[in-house]
Design a protein around this ligand. Structure first.
Ligand code: SAM
Ligand code: SF4
Ligand code: SF4
Length: 367
């Protein structure tokens, strides 16, 4: 039987030293035989890996320029997990049941030779390997990523009109280059492509219907995401959120929609189909319709910490295990113990009080 350390020892109140002790003890405890589930009965199915905390955009809802300026202390290179370390951790997660791995960041295509990591992860076997990118470098990289074994790609795109897009990425990046990246991904054989659009009131509500219109005939799936209060730097306010119900209603008025079933239990996006052509959109209502009850995602930060919630204040350091001679089985043991103590449900209990709590930034832990 594995030692299960009481939750109060490792929850938000625990110090970094207490968490490190928890991880070390868990690595050295015998493996538990019971099926892996967290304290709310949720299994471990998805892993999001942040391969860099850096980005070439400064999206106003994610890495606002006034915070992420020239002097921002991004992680030094030595702190990043190497590709070999990422592969070891991913293999341990797969051994614990993960079947879906998403590479993210920061901007993952800024990590040099990312296709080499893709090749290493693709050879782990029966996993759905995907990547989320802002698309800026996709025209150059799509073919190599596909050839290396990337199964699917998601491109973030918040508006089709150039002025709104430039205002949202805040580095004056032209929308046409992202559209060129999407075209290159199509040519490389990625289909369908998912397009992520974060909707922020007052910024890009007017972009919702044109985005839907542009992609609905092409078979790509636009997923509209409610603006979230991740991190502490984006100045989030509830009245900046455009509820998913309003997003669906706006599209439905232009192109009638009907709801369709989830592809699998725990799918984050609610799916809708155009009545006339059968293509679909998704809405991710993380604020107005929390889905914590079905959340099966773990996140691995750029420097090797495991976070069990997007809104967690701290993670569990696996890099220390990797760099101190622990075996793959010990790392898998630690992952299981981290998952077993998980009780997160931030979006279900979001309040003025919880919003004041400390949280890590999305670019570091991976969106
Ligand atoms: N740089 C890549 C990109 O933008 O696609 C990958 C990382 S980004 C953090 C992952 C996803 O998180 C993107 O689709 C982005 O739009 C979304 N995102 C970032 N900040 C958000 C926020 N405050 N609320 C909702 N989604 C957000
Ligand atoms: Fe960069 Fe993606 Fe965040 Fe935009 S959403 S700042 S592209 S990490
Ligand atoms: Fe999962 Fe945390 Fe988001 Fe809830 S708030 S859905 S537990 S990541």
């Amino acid at each position: 039987m594995a030692t299960i350390i009481p939750i109060k020892d490792v929850r938000a109140t625990a110090s970094a030293a207490e968490r490190d002790a928890f991880v070390r003890a868990a690595a050295n405890a015998p493996a538990a035989s019971a099926p892996l589930a967290d304290r709310r009965g949720r299994s471990l199915h998805d892993l999001r890996i942040s391969v860099t905390d850096r980005c070439n955009f400064r999206c106003v809802y994610c890495m606002p320029k006034d915070v992420y300026g020239r002097d921002f202390p991004f992680l030094p290179h030595a702190d990043l997990l190497t590709f070999e370390e990422i592969e070891r951790v991913a293999r341990a997660f797969v051994a614990q049941g993960v079947r879906k791995v998403r590479l993210t960041g920061g901007e993952p295509l800024l990590r040099r030779h990312l296709e080499r990591l893709v090749g290493m992860l693709a050879s782990l076997g029966d996993i759905d390997l995907t990547l989320t990118t802002n698309g800026a470098l996709l025209a150059r990289k799509a073919r190599a990523l596909r050839d290396a074994g990337l199964a699917r790609v998601t491109v973030s795109l918040d508006a089709l009109d150039d002025a709104t897009f430039r205002a949202m990425n805040d580095v004056d990046f032209p929308v046409q280059r992202v559209l060129d990246g999407i075209a290159a991904a199509e040519d490389a054989g990625f289909a369908p492509i998912k397009i992520n659009c974060v909707v922020k009131r007052g910024l890009n509500e007017h972009a919702i219907v044109p985005l839907a219109a542009h992609f609905r005939g092409r078979g790509h799936i636009v997923r509209f995401i409610e603006y979230m209060d991740v991190g502490h730097t984006n100045g989030w306010r509830l009245d900046h959120v455009v509820p998913a119900s309003q997003i669906v209603a706006a599209i439905d008025r232009a192109f009638p929609l009907e709801p369709i079933d989830a592809n699998y239990p725990g799918e984050v996006a609610k799916r809708w189909r155009y009545r006339d052509n059968g293509n679909e959109i998704g809405v991710i209502a993380s604020v107005t319709q929390a889905f914590c009850g079905e959340c099966t995602r773990a996140r691995l930060s750029t420097d090797g910490k495991v976070y069990t919630c997007l809104f967690a204040d701290s993670g569990f350091d696996l890099r220390a295990l990797l760099r101190s001679g622990h075996s793959d089985a010990q790392i898998a043991n630690a992952i299981a113990a981290i998952w077993r103590q998980r009780a997160d449900r931030y979006s279900e209990i979001r309040s003025a009080e919880t919003q004041r709590a400390s949280r890590v930034e999305m670019s570091y832990i991976g969106g």
